[in-house]
Design a binder for this molecule. Sequence first.
Ligand code: SF4
Ligand code: F3S
Length: 388
Amino acid sequence: MAEHDFETDGFDFSNVANKLGVTRRTYLKFCAGVAASLGLSTKASLAMAQTIAEASKRPPVIWLHGQECTGPTESLLRSEQPSLAHLILDMISLDYHQTLDAGAGHKVEEIKKKSMEENKGKYLLVVEGAIPVKDGGIYCKIAGETMLDLTVEAAENAAAIVAFGSCASWGGVQSASPNPTGAKGAQAILPGKTVVNIPGCPPNPANFLGTVLYFVTFGKLPPLDEQNRPKWAYGRLIHENCYRRPHFDAGRFATEFGDEGHKKGYCLYKLGCKGPETYNNCPSLEFNNVGGGVWPVGVGHPCFGCSEQGVGFNKPMFSLADVKTHTPPNNFPAIDDRQQESGISPTAAAIGGAAVGAAIGATLVASKKLGNKDAGGDESSSSDDQGK
Ligand code: SF4
Ligand code: F3S
């Protein structure tokens, strides 16, 4: 597609290449994709693109690390085409990040305190990793202070707080029984504050970026569900969009890794897949920007519910999931013996399901234009709209 194929409706993006180091076409395509995932209109996508392209001052970000493996940051940095890392670093002013800062020691700590003082009420706080509270929080200390105290201090004057990853959202693997350090998520130690949870192990970087884009563009948080997860990303069960779903509905299951059903791409429910009780957009977005089904179920491993509190790291891997929805999505083709007789293989039907699943996750949501002149759209668009 030629660059001029993008209808920019009077917006001027001539400075994008210089400012962000990506082509105008790549940038607009990226913003359109994020807006579509958010269920926003084309106009909202352009408003989003313009806000970032024209912003003279990037919002400062203070990024704290607690108990974790640095998976969320690793996930963010490995995004490509366009490089989310590039965009995120040009979109925000990353004033403090314990693993990406070139400097170290007291100098960096001084920069953090200075930024928080000068940007009271304006900075975005990102928490990555769990926060241990047992014994006064001594099991995670940075620069001589506990993660507990550092998080409470940084949250005090933050404009918004994002918990990135399952550990920061609700404790993650660190909080699994017997939880020896008393690990908790950010919301649990910040009563009275609104913490946006973007769980996952690792979380999908697009879910983080889309949320930050929304916040930077509209100056407010996107609609959240009852667990403070952005509805646009966590509004549907994995089971609703999974392209193995036709096999589930037809009773075709893999029962052992490597068995005939596993090789044929059958449903992984009997191997312990927690997709029926886990909300996330993994089947639609996938991971690593390479397409081709790169996400746990896509590569033949059951979802273990990494983004669902009380499921991931809590329920045994091979225990059966609670099936929250029993009615199959009507967009999926049925798989039955007649189809096999007619020469349609289960795999082919699953691929058909994949296409529909992608359509549900992207096209259908994208086509739900909120129809509001305000670029932020109608926030009454609830998770109910998205099938939750
Ligand atoms: Fe997909 Fe898992 Fe649901 Fe089977 S149980 S359809 S593999 S999400
Ligand atoms: Fe996690 Fe399940 Fe997605 S394990 S990455 S929520 S498929």
